[in-house]
Write a protein that binds this ligand. Structure first.
Ligand code: FE2
Length: 373
């Protein structure tokens, strides 16, 4: 499905057009706390309400959203007679909105995760308020059911319209800005070397990496142009992982997040910055059917997208970017290392172009983290 990307230019003219075109009198607005800081958008949403469109706010979910929240949202959508969904927020808000769309024509009294997904044409607009997850571009929604992480996958949960509004990034805390940018960069890199990559996904990966490089300074300085560029780069990265998925870096990083309280993108770059140089030295263990020379070329292409002449320089640059951001390197005890090794996401490892055995994973975790002294 080709997504339409709209901007906030001319006082949200294209958002107004979307509201008019879908004709819904009631729109379910799925949003997280970040919306309160976006004064221009809020003022505009009030204008939309003054035009006779009711916005039913649904904020009843937390980061790492629960299944029950999404099922509750789907029930609210139906009970209020909503005709469209607008999601404003980070990855969790967008994931909840995706599930609401899918669950809205299911029996919410029963477990929706076990029911057949019948695609629907509910107008669905997503406005990401971080430049990182790329959730607005993917067919995946992560939701927790009885404490276990579930990934709902269906093409029809991809928003048909995306609103990229740089104003949404203005008030993001610096740490969140850095971490989400690193998530986008890791998506670009991992999707590029993924065994599932295609010609199309590689173009998105290339655009994502080059976009992060080009706009990093302006984004960190909070300029509109930098923020707009980073949103576009993160969106391209989302399109890339929608096709090629993520790999070992993401497979290793999930537990780092919960063990050390790091943001997801922070944990991902901790891993990718050590994976990249390790991969350069271990291309002979390539399991991508396209072969070792293809993998070598890919690593070099990643470096070129980063503005570097070769893979070694690319890996060095990735480390330098991490160092310059001054993101913390958590210290891990032996017990924590054992816990990390026991909790890797094996699905992600299957996408990785080089086989990682237990010894390699142990060594990579030790390089990614600090010794506990
Ligand atoms: Fe990610």
């Amino acid at each position: 499905m080709k997504q339409r990307i709209i901007t906030a230019d001319n006082h949200y003219r294209e958002l107004d057009q979307w509201v008019e075109k879908n004709g819904a009198k009631r729109i379910l607005l799925v949003c997280d706390d970040s919306i309160q800081y976006h004064k221009e958008l809020n003022a505009h949403l009030r204008q939309i309400e003054n035009m006779g469109v009711e916005l039913i706010r649904f904020c009843g979910f937390r980061p790492n959203p629960l299944y029950d929240s999404a099922a509750g949202g789907a029930k609210l959508f139906r009970d209020k007679g909503c005709g469209a969904i607008m999601a404003v927020g980070g990855g969790s808000a967008i994931d909840v909105a995706k599930c609401i769309k899918l669950f809205s024509n299911m029996d919410t009294a029963k477990n929706c995760l076990k029911q057949e997904i019948v695609p629907n044409s509910i107008p669905f607009l997503a406005m990401p308020t971080t430049a990182g997850t790329g959730s607005e571009a993917t067919q995946y929604a992560v939701i927790y059911f009885n404490g276990a992480k579930q990934t709902v996958t269906h093409e029809s949960c991809i928003p048909e319209t995306i609103l990229l509004d740089p104003g949404a990034l203005k008030t993001l805390p610096a740490y969140q800005k850095k971490a989400t940018m690193m998530d986008a960069l890791c998506h670009g890199i991992e999707s590029f070397w993924s065994v599932n990559s295609t010609e199309e996904s590689r173009e998105y990966s290339r655009a994502a990496i080059a976009g992060v490089m080009e706009h990093m300074d302006g984004y960190l300085a909070n300029y509109d142009e930098g923020n707009a560029g980073m949103l576009t780069a993160a969106n391209a990265a989302g399109k890339a992982i929608n096709i090629a998925q993520t790999t070992a870096g993401h497979g290793m990083c999930y537990k780092i997040t919960s063990l050390f309280g790091c943001a997801h993108g922070h944990a991902a770059i901790l891993c990718d910055r050590v994976l990249f140089p390790w991969m350069i030295k271990n291309t002979d263990k390539c399991i991508d059917p396209r072969g070792e020379s293809y993998l070598k070329e890919t690593l070099s292409d990643i470096a070129k997208a980063m503005g570097c002449p070769n893979a070694i320089e690319g890996a060095r640059k990735l480390q330098k970017i991490f160092d310059d951001l001054k993101l913390e390197i958590p210290a891990a005890t032996e017990l924590q290392l054992e816990e990390l090794k026991g909790s890797i996401n094996t699905v992600r490892f299957k996408n990785h172009p080089i086989k990682l055995d237990g010894e390699a994973i142990d060594m990579l975790y030790r390089r990614a983290l600090r010794d506990f002294a």
